[in-house]
Design a protein around this ligand. Structure first.
Ligand SMILES: NC(=O)c1ccc[n+]([C@@H]2O[C@H](COP(=O)([O-])OP(=O)(O)OC[C@H]3O[C@@H](n4cnc5c(N)ncnc54)[C@H](OP(=O)(O)O)[C@@H]3O)[C@@H](O)[C@H]2O)c1
Length: 330
């Protein structure tokens, strides 16, 4: 296999709308000992990419200025410490640098693509599914038959969260903003799906749980959802924050925390130290790959765009019409 010296990569020249994205020719950087060069077949788009393009994402140090947090492709070259075979089809979590035809990825964040999946499906997994794994399973320790509430049930993250919680045999509640999305949540396996635009989710949860509440909530909304989430939590419940689409500043009555013995936590996957991120990927690999290969969890692909349509792809993701993941094929 010939190893190229240049690549095409997407950068945002300045903060702004999808038009600030451009595809540039770049020299491919040298590989470090723990890195792999992939010929990218497909990459996934995630909401944090949109925030980065808008200049609203605090980038961790040493982030690649090329956008993109997840790729699937074939190994074409490897650093001296890497054993992964040349030609292996893989998917990888990236610290930026995914929107390109030749991506450099860390071996510790790279896994063989699940058997039976296309590159498009494999590219849709890492950022969303590992975020779910880290938050619901590593941090949240979601147990069998526990009740879990997933906000943003049809987001890329939400579509995995519902299916992964079902694979764990949890009782799943989900919210979404219209009837089409509510139906999708049910199709992914939610026992109860709530249209938050028409119904008060806290009221429905109180009713459906006979006033007991929910053991674990994964929230990406924040703002006015915070008080309702606290209200919905069962005794000893856990609230896990992964984003704050409606605002980061909230008010909390500490007495409720004490009385219900609740835990409030959250995380950001991208700035995790490399060793910790690699642990998340390894843990997810052990269980999630079986769920995917066994058909219990399926990447939900909404739309696939060609590489040269990256601006249209971004505008589409930003519009919020999608259900599941938006992917670019190279
Ligand atoms: N902490 C981490 O490590 C981490 C990692 C990855 C992603 N994230 C965050 O997780 C979220 C999902 O990411 P993604 O890539 O899967 O995004 P996505 O597919 O673009 O989905 C965004 C979701 O947000 C929902 N939403 C938007 N505005 C809302 C509002 N005002 N109230 C309630 N829901 C609203 C939309 O659902 P409706 O149309 O139903 O409103 C949609 O399902 C994003 O906020 C992202 O920043 C966090």
């Amino acid at each position: 296999m010939t190893i190229p010296t240049t690549r095409r990569a997407v950068i945002a020249k300045k903060p702004g709308g999808p038009d600030v994205l451009s595809i540039e020719n770049q020299k491919i950087p040298a590989l470090a000992a723990d890195e792999i060069l992939l010929r990218v077949r497909a990459f996934g788009l995630s909401r944090p990419d949109v925030l980065q393009r808008l200049g609203k994402y605090a980038l961790p140090p040493n982030s690649d200025p090329v956008l993109g947090l997840e790729v699937a492709g074939d190994v074409v070259a490897r650093g001296s410490a890497v054993t992964m075979g040349i030609g292996t089809s893989v998917c990888a979590l990236c610290n930026g640098g995914g929107y390109t035809d030749y991506a450099i990825v860390k071996a510790g964040l790279t896994l063989p693509a699940p058997r039976g999946l296309t590159a498009i499906q494999a590219a849709a997994i890492p950022e969303a599914a590992f975020t779910v794994w880290y938050n619901l399973f590593d941090i949240g320790a979601l147990g069998r038959r526990e009740r879990v509430l997933i906000h943003g049930g049809t987001s890329g993250v939400g579509s995995f969260a519902i299916q992964m919680a079902r694979a764990q045999d949890a009782i799943v509640f989900a919210t979404a903003g219209d009837e089409r999305k509510v139906e999708a949540c049910k199709k992914f396996g939610a026992h109860t799906a709530i249209n938050y635009a028409k119904q008060d989710f806290a009221e429905i949860i109180r009713r459906e749980t006979n006033g007991e509440g929910i053991e674990i909530i994964m929230d990406m909304v924040g703002g006015d959802y915070f008080a309702k989430n606290i209200d919905c939590l069962a005794m000893d419940g856990r609230l896990i924050e992964i984003a704050y689409l409606r605002g980061a500043k909230v008010e909390l009555n500490i007495d409720t925390v004490m009385s219900k013995r609740i835990m409030i936590t959250g995380s950001k996957l991208r700035p995790l130290p490399m060793e910790r991120k690699a642990r998340v990927v390894a843990h997810a690999h052990k269980t999630l790959w079986g769920w995917i290969e066994g058909g219990k969890v399926k990447p939900v692909i909404d739309k696939v765009f060609p590489f040269t349509d990256i601006r249209t792809a971004h505008a589409y993701l930003e519009s919020g019409q999608h259900i599941g993941k938006v992917v670019v094929e190279i």
